[in-house]
Ligand binder design. Structure first.
Ligand code: SF4
Ligand code: SF4
Length: 210
C-alpha cells in the first residue's frame, strides 16, 4: 500500500509508530553519547505518548538530565516513523493513573519490574515534537515531516539557494529526479533521499545542507 504526502498526518504517524509494538528509543547518555534501546512500556493518546520507566534506570536518569528523545519504529517493511521531541515526567498526581493504564495494556510489566508497582516508577510524556515518515519502498521515495502537538518541524537535508544560475547541471545527478527547474531550481523535499549526490555537481555551491 502506497501513501501520498496528504495521507500522512499526525494520526497516521502515531499509528505507524505504534504498529510494530516494539519501538527504538534514543536518548543522550550522561557522557553525551547516544543511547538506544527498545521500549514496549508505552501508551498512546491522540496528543501524547506515555513511557514507563523506573526512576533508577539509566533511561530515566538520562531523560531527567536531557529531555530530548527520539522514538523510531517500522510502520511496515521499508517504512519507518520517527518522533523527535521532549519527554518530561507527568505531574506527580498523575503518575499512578498513567502507570496503571500502561500496566493494563502491558500486563507483563507488573511482574517484570516489581519496582514499577511502587513509587519507584516514573512515567514520562512526549507531547510536542515532530514526526518524520520515511517510505523507501514507494517510487519515488516519500519523506514527510509532520508537527506533533505544538512542536516545530526541524527538517534535515538540502536546499538550493539564491546563487543558483539555473544551469541544470545538477538535474541528472539526482537518483530520485527530485530536482525541478525554477528560479532558483528547487528540491522536492518529499522525494529527496538526502543523499547529497547533487551537492558536488553544482558549480556555484548553491546546494547546501540545512
Ligand atoms: S547545478 Fe547549481 S547552479 Fe546549476 S541548476 Fe543546479 S543548483 Fe542551480
Ligand atoms: S540530496 Fe540526493 S535525492 Fe536529494 S536532491 Fe540531492 S541528489 Fe537528489
Amino acid at each position: 500500500m502506497e501513501n501520498s504526502a496528504t495521507d500522512i498526518d499526525a494520526l497516521a504517524c502515531l499509528r505507524g509508530l505504534q504498529s510494530s509494538g516494539t519501538i527504538a528509543c534514543a536518548t543522550r547518555g550522561m557522557d553525551g553519547a547516544p543511547r538506544v534501546r527498545f521500549l514496549s512500556g508505552l501508551h498512546f493518546e491522540l496528543d501524547a505518548v506515555y513511557l514507563l520507566a523506573s526512576r533508577g534506570m539509566p533511561f530515566a536518569r538520562q531523560l531527567m538530565r536531557d529531555d530530548r528523545i527520539q522514538l523510531l519504529s517500522e510502520a511496515r517493511p521499508g517504512v519507518s516513523v520517527r518522533l523527535t521531541g521532549h519527554a518530561v515526567p507527568v505531574p506527580e498526581e498523575e503518575q499512578v493513573r498513567w502507570r496503571l493504564v500502561i500496566f493494563d495494556e502491558r500486563p507483563r510489566y507488573r511482574d517484570l519490574y516489581p519496582a514499577f508497582k511502587h513509587d519507584d516508577s516514573l512515567v514520562f510524556v512526549v507531547r510536542d515534537g515532530f514526526f518524520e515518515w520515511l517510505d523507501l519502498v514507494s517510487e519515488p521515495i516519500l519523506r514527510v515531516y509532520v508537527p506533533f502537538g505544538n512542536g516545530r518541524v526541524v527538517p534535515s537535508g538540502y536546499r538550493i539557494g539564491e546563487t543558483c544560475t539555473r544551469c541544470g547541471t545538477c538535474l541528472s545527478s539526482c537518483p530520485q529526479h527530485s530536482i525541478v527547474s525554477g528560479n532558483p531550481f528547487r528540491i522536492v523535499q518529499e522525494h529527496c533521499l538526502q543523499c547529497g549526490a547533487c551537492v558536488k555537481t553544482c558549480p556555484r555551491q548553491a546546494i547546501v545542507a540545512v
